[in-house]
Every structure is written in structure tokens, then in C-alpha cells.
Design a protein around this ligand. Sequence first.
Ligand SMILES: Cc1cc2nc3c(=O)[nH]c(=O)nc-3n(C[C@H](O)[C@H](O)[C@H](O)COP(=O)(O)OP(=O)(O)OC[C@H]3O[C@@H](n4cnc5c(N)ncnc54)[C@H](O)[C@@H]3O)c2cc1C
Length: 431
Amino acid sequence: MWSFETDTEFQSKLDWANEFVLTEVEPLDLVLGNPYDKSDMRAMAIVKPLQERVKEQSLWACHLDPELGGEGYGQVKLALLNEILGRSRWAPTIFGCQAPDSGNAEILARYGTSEQKDRYLRQLLDGEISSCYSMTEPHAGSDPGLFTTRAVRDGDDWVLNGEKWFSSNARYASFFIVMAVTDPERGTRGGMSMFIVPAETSGVEIIRNVGTGTESEETATHAYMRYNNVRVPADHLLGEEGDAFGIAQARLGGGRIHHAMRTIARVRSSFDMMLERASSRHLRHGALGSYQLTKEKIADSWIEIEQFRLLVLRTAWLIDKHQDYDFVRKDIAAVKAAMPKVFYDVVMRAMHLHGSLGISNEMPFSELMVSAEIMALADGPTEVHKLTLANELLKGTTPVEGLWPSGHIPTRRAAAETKLAQQLEQVAGAY
Ligand SMILES: Cc1cc2nc3c(=O)[nH]c(=O)nc-3n(C[C@H](O)[C@H](O)[C@H](O)COP(=O)(O)OP(=O)(O)OC[C@H]3O[C@@H](n4cnc5c(N)ncnc54)[C@H](O)[C@@H]3O)c2cc1C
């Protein structure tokens, strides 16, 4: 049964969220600092009552199942909500589903011991603390097989040494989830493990905070990290020894589709600005929108956004149906590969139609352009996802026997003639 409708009860929640984000949350983006900075008491005083209102509406931490304090709505409903939340930098924090904390919470819930959940997960779910996922390294990002950060067992402890790159929100994190090599002989599968490292552990060093685009180091949040003889107790291993690759995949599957849901919101807001500009800016012969080349930009953008949105919703629906990220590996890879292109193309057109104002720092387009490129890199570059998609598709394809492809017309015609020979002969006699 196909349906493109939202049930009326959830639609009323979406309507509430839409209005709430517009009037109460989007203004915060313009006056408050970083949502991950839980030490900012001024921000927290404003944010806490808003979070309570979200909880009253049963919209808190929608990515989680009820036993973890979420609503268990599933991915399609989450996608519809994220289409609203993606408009605002602060909205995911106000609704308790901000990355990377959401992904870290998911793996703590799935692989953590009860002690680990008590100590780290509860506060994270309550929005009391921030966390950091520290995986990629300065010399290697896309290929985990090249990671060198080492964890060596020493009595009742593990000792970590190495450098990590682009560890987002490290400066605000209360703990880090660090991926390290525990058995160099075994490679990515079996040779790497995940560790929970409290931020105050001796030897955890932020070399510097790296910004995106023209961001200054003062506000930058992606840390270049060094772990110098960082010693954590053995019970700080997350999951089994050697299981890091599987844990990372479980974490990233959800993360990628959630980014895509929020991206729809950001692309749509660029598109709305494009429409407004086309209707409002006048040239000598009429509004910008009356020119054919502008109309083409509008039409192309709408088609691309709707295509992308359907791909995302279909993938979300498949996740709900099969409850298995492995099953939707190729679909998530397709979403991830499609995302930066639609994002970039629509933002570029909107920016271009705004002329010099568009590229200025008085409009959001430059930042959105960098965000589009971020979506092409974070959680793996587009090329890697295209490879995954193509490999999965090729896996299910049977090679043709013989010289000619199955679409070869003379071969098909010969087969059709053989199949219909008798009938053709009969009808030829009759007419
Ligand atoms: C905003 C942002 C936040 C991030 N946050 C985190 C975080 O919190 N924690 C964390 O651990 N990491 C984080 N990352 C790092 C991210 O995961 C890496 O950027 C990503 O995995 C790519 O690695 P790299 O940047 O080292 O690029 P590289 O691996 O050097 O790749 C560079 C380019 O090489 C090409 N390439 C690579 N592999 C292939 C291939 N197989 N086939 C064809 N071409 C290929 C692609 O064009 C790719 O863009 C973040 C990145 C960004 C941009």
C-alpha cells in the first residue's frame, strides 16, 4: 500500500513543531553561541524551558526508542520532523536529537554496559552534557585501514596514543568515543576497538580547533587531537575488543540518513529565498522571475529537491520496515551521494539570483555552500558512497551467458520469432 500522507495526529505535532521552531527557536540562532557549550548558563537558561515544552509535546529525542526516553516514532516520522528542525542550528538541541551526540547515544545504548550507560548515556540523553566522536586521523580519513592510533593493554588499563583530526565539539565534550588499533595484525575487522575516554583524563590534548570556511579558531569546533599515553580502565572499552568497525558502521548508518533529513530543510529554505528573490527583484523588463532563465533555475531546483526528498523518505520507510541498517546499505549510500549535489546546486542558484548580496556575509548562502561540501565529506566522501552503491547493485546482477547482451535486439527478435512461430504461421494463413 503506497501513501504519501501523514496521519492527522502526527501532522498536528508537525504543525506545532513548525510554528515553535519558527517563532521560538530560529531567533536563537542569531543571538546565542554554540549549542554544544553546556557551560553557557545564559543559553541554558533560555533553552531548558523550551526543551520542556518539546517534552510536553512528546517530541523529545525522537530518534530513540521509548526505553531510552524517546518516542519510538520510527524514521519516516523522524524525517518529517527533521525537515523542520534542519532549518535551525539550535533546533536539534532543543528537540534532543543533535549529532554527534545522537549517534554516540545510539551506540552507547546498543553496545554499552549498564555502568557505562549510567555514567555517560543518561546525562547525554537528558541534554546535560556534550560528547565527541574521535575517529579520523590527520593522514587518513576515508580509509579506516590506515588509522594508526594505538591502544595497548597494560594490566587493568588500556593506554592510548595517537592523533585524531576533525573531532567535532571536542572543546565542549565531557567524554570522547575514540577508535584505536588494538591488534595491528587483524586490520579493520577485528583489529580495532572503541574506547570511552572522559575529557578530564590526563593526556587528552586539543592541539588546535579547526574551523570550516572562514571561521576563526575562537569559534572553531573541529579539534586536531593528540592522545598522549591516555590511560583508561579496561571497563571503558565500548563493545567487544576488535568490534570498532561494526560499531562505527552502525553509528554512521543512522547519522547519514539523519543528516539527509535535515539537509532537505536547508535546501528548501534556500529555494524559498530563491522564489522570494525572483518575485521581488525587478529589472527593466519585469521581475527576475519573469525571465526564462530564472524560471529554469526554479523548475530544476524544485524537481531536484522533490526527487531527493522522496529518496530520503523511501529509505527511512525501508529502515522502519526492515529494522536493519545492513539491508538499506545501498539506499543510504545513494542518499549520501545525492545529498551534496542537490544541496550545492540549489544554494548556488539561490545565491546567484541574489547577486552581490547573495555572496555577502549578510546572507547565509556562503555558509550553506560550505555546508554542502561538508555533506560531501563528513561520514565519508561521495566517491566512497558511490562505490558502495555500485558494488551492492553489481552484487545482485547475473552476468549474461554467451556473447550478446540480453538487450541485443537481433538475438531477442530471433527468440521472439521462435516463440511465436506457430501463431505467426496461423495468422499469416488467415490474412
Ligand atoms: C564538518 C565535518 C565534521 C567532521 N566530524 C568528524 C568527527 O566528529 N569525528 C571524526 O572522526 N571525523 C569527523 N570528520 C571527518 C570526516 O569523517 C572525514 O572528513 C571523511 O571521512 C573524509 O576523510 P578525509 O577528510 O581525511 O578525506 P580523504 O580521506 O583524504 O579523502 C579526500 C578525497 O579523496 C577522494 N577519495 C577518498 N577515498 C576515495 C575512494 N575510495 N575512491 C575515490 N576517491 C576517494 C575523495 O574525493 C575525497 O573527498 C568530519 C568532517 C567534516 C567535514
